[in-house]
Write a protein that binds this ligand. Sequence first.
Ligand SMILES: Nc1ncnc2c1ncn2[C@@H]1O[C@H](COP(=O)(O)OS(=O)(=O)O)[C@@H](OP(=O)(O)O)[C@H]1O
Ligand SMILES: Nc1ncnc2c1ncn2[C@@H]1O[C@H](COP(=O)(O)OP(=O)(O)O)[C@@H](O)[C@H]1O
Length: 177
Amino acid sequence: MTGATIWLTGLPSAGKTTIAYELAGRLREEGHRVEVLDGDEIREFLSAGLGFSREDRHTNVQRIGFVAELLASNGVKALVPVIAPYEDSREAVRKRHTSEGTPYVEVHVATPVDVCSVRDVKGLYAKQAAGEISGLTGVDDPYDEPRNPDLRIESHTQTVQESAAQLHALLTERGLL
Ligand SMILES: Nc1ncnc2c1ncn2[C@@H]1O[C@H](COP(=O)(O)OS(=O)(=O)O)[C@@H](OP(=O)(O)O)[C@H]1O
Ligand SMILES: Nc1ncnc2c1ncn2[C@@H]1O[C@H](COP(=O)(O)OP(=O)(O)O)[C@@H](O)[C@H]1O
């Protein structure tokens, strides 16, 4: 079975996690082996103790990239809904995959910040606006927009199912399903 890492990058509340689980369900039904490396879970265990400085985010992304590559090289579709705000961090993960000959797909969940801040699933945008937190990605912390992603999903113009179907179609087209 062909493994692959499918990294969904984007702002908080962009829809990364929702799309990843929607696609994971569909892939499992089709008989594929799937893992979702959810950012929040990873930060509880594998990256416990890391914060949101540039250095810590880079370390977090490299650790997740390492695990995703291990899974992907063993036939698993590793879905990774993690912000990964820095281009150099994402490129290092891509390079690791390329050097191991493991398929890697970068998906930019390109929901505009004004839509994300209305969704505000975890209340972080409200907290930032109230001055309770700082360093929120896309507001007062950097987000390097992917310049050449394998796919850009406009989650604000379509349903979750349509977004997942768009990604499913790309994986089929790439011969990964
Ligand atoms: N300051 C700040 N900036 C961004 N995000 C924050 C912050 N503080 C907490 N959170 C929550 O932590 C989740 C981001 O963790 P990630 O591991 O995906 O991010 S990163 O790639 O290491 O930047 C992210 O999850 P998602 O909303 O699923 O993206 C946030 O809910
Ligand atoms: N097309 C869409 N794709 C993904 N999420 C969507 C879409 N339309 C609305 N949403 C909603 O936006 C929110 C996205 O939250 P979440 O997936 O946790 O974002 P993230 O993981 O990027 O922080 C969810 O409440 C989801 O139901």
